[in-house]
Write a protein that binds this ligand. Structure first.
Ligand SMILES: C[S@@+](CC[C@H](N)C(=O)[O-])C[C@H]1O[C@@H](n2cnc3c(N)ncnc32)[C@H](O)[C@@H]1O
Length: 168
């Protein structure tokens, strides 16, 4: 693993490495596995959620590439390179597919090079950026509000899930 491992990873658990452990990856350390097991003891299904999420990603990308003809993908919250990353799934269907990965984690950035290998016809790029950095987006009225309140035709009770629409 890259040098960044000397600063994070081996002595403190890291969320990306715990996720890697839950999804059956090998890029994790005893400290990550111990933390992952502790969390799993509190939330027994969590490892299954992680695996199901990863499988969903593959099915969703394959559907978009195969059935909808989509060839450009923006993958925000990339995580560590793993089997069947977005570009692998997309370019298997459409070799000219273009993928931009975005993540704000320095560890993911350190591993990003491994993601940048794809088909000669396609393109892959990686942005070290934060999902919450929305400058260049115009937040439409009424802004970030309870999703039940966003331009609801009739007043409904607020729910504790917030949403907004940004336009570029
Ligand atoms: C649970 S992992 C998902 C990894 C992968 N997409 C998968 O399905 O296996 C979530 C990722 O989102 C990234 N992330 C969390 N908050 C973010 C933010 N505000 N901006 C960009 N990336 C973020 C984390 O660093 C982490 O790599």
């Amino acid at each position: 693993m890259p040098d960044i491992e000397s600063r994070i990873g081996t002595t403190r658990p890291h969320t990306a490495l715990i996720w890697n452990y839950w999804t059956g990856g090998k890029d994790n350390y005893p400290v990550d596995r111990a933390a992952g097991d502790e969390i799993r003891a509190l939330h027994p299904g969590i490892g299954d959620y992680a695996k199901a999420d990863r499988l969903f990603l593959g099915r969703a990308v394959r559907h978009l590439a195969e059935q909808e003809g989509i060839t450009q993908f923006l993958d925000i919250g990339t995580g560590l390179p793993s089997a069947d990353s977005t570009h692998e799934v997309a370019q298997r269907v459409a070799p000219d597919a273009r993928v931009v990965y975005v993540d704000n984690d320095p560890l993911v950035l350190a591993h990003a090079q491994a993601l940048l290998v794809g088909t000669p016809e396609g393109r892959i790029d990686y942005l070290d950026a934060d999902l919450r950095d929305v400058d260049g987006l115009e937040l439409l009225e009424p802004g970030a509000v309870s999703c039940s309140a966003w331009r609801a035709p009739t007043p409904t009770p607020d729910v504790a899930m917030y949403a907004g629409v940004g336009r570029k």
